[in-house]
Design a protein around this ligand. Structure first.
Ligand SMILES: C[S@@+](CC[C@H](N)C(=O)[O-])C[C@H]1O[C@@H](n2cnc3c(N)ncnc32)[C@H](O)[C@@H]1O
Length: 253
């Protein structure tokens, strides 16, 4: 899927905040190797590099557009275009970080123990945040629209559905590390016309739009925007409040 770094960064503050809060929970004084899986445009990877200036910091992303944006905005970091499902570190990782990415991948039961196995024994840390709002109108509305049977084959399949497992499962897959987990709902105030649509077309609705031609894309946009306007009404100043829940976990050792 092609990403648009500029569109994604339109909401950079809202998107970065959970990543910063995740980073704050990592306890490591002097990592040698820090890896950011699904680094996107690299703004959070650059913060990892600022926090640990002596570390080798590597950002991995499968999107050529994202890696290109990261490389031109943050020259001090090592950027690798690769698929998380195929990439392997050459040496144990001291801090493995992944913000708002792993929900794009299937089969967490295999992936999480694999990620854990990359850590430096006893001191390595893996820190992960994934959106956990799959039953919210943001995701329910496009699913209901696409499941009405009037869309080309492939469009409904392109919508990401809930891939998250129960927190206890992640705990088990990350053991024997000590696992710290929490869930936060951010009440994000968005501005501008069709702001919820704009937020979602920067990420989860991109593959759906890519699977539709221009006419169907417009039809889908009209239906989504109408229903988002009801689910997330504007206040008197034209702002919209978008509650957005996220699951966090930091496993050490
Ligand atoms: C929502 S963005 C998050 C970017 C960044 N971590 C942040 O928090 O701003 C998700 C990123 O995961 C990347 N991604 C998705 N699946 C991937 C995979 N299998 N391998 C590598 N990167 C992947 C996408 O290209 C995208 O840049």
């Amino acid at each position: 899927m092609a990403w648009e770094p500029d569109h994604y960064l339109r909401f950079a503050d809202h998107r970065a905040r959970p990543g910063v809060e995740l980073m704050a929970r990592i306890r490591h004084d002097d990592p040698g190797l820090v890896v950011d899986l699904g680094c996107g445009p690299g703004n959070l990877t650059a913060l990892l590099a600022e926090r640990w200036p002596r570390a080798r910091v590597v950002g991995i992303d499968s999107s050529a557009e994202m890696i290109e944006a990261a490389r031109s905005n943050h020259p001090g970091v090592e950027w690798i275009a690769a698929d998380i499902e195929k990439w392997e570190p050459e040496r144990p990782v001291d801090v493995l970080y992944s913000n708002a990415t792993l929900h794009w991948l299937d089969d967490h039961a295999t992936m999480f123990p694999r990620l854990r196995s990359w850590l430096t024994p006893s001191s390595g840390v893996v820190a992960i945040q994934m959106p956990d709002n799959w039953k919210a109108p943001t995701h329910r509305i496009p699913a209901e629209i696409l499941d009405d049977g009037t869309w080309p084959a492939g469009a409904a399949a392109a919508l990401m559905r809930d891939r998250l497992s129960a927190p206890e499962d992640y705990r088990r897959w990350l053991q024997p590390a000590v696992v710290d987990q929490w869930r936060t709902t951010y009440y994000q105030e968005l501005t501008g016309p069709d702001a919820v649509w704009g937020w979602l077309t920067g990420s989860v609705l991109r593959p759906v739009l890519a699977a539709l031609d221009a006419d169907d894309g417009n039809r889908f946009a009209v239906q989504c925007k109408q229903r988002y306007a009801v689910a997330y009404p504007h206040d008197a100043d034209g702002n919209v409040l978008l509650p957005f829940s996220r699951l966090f976990m930091v496993a050490t050792g």
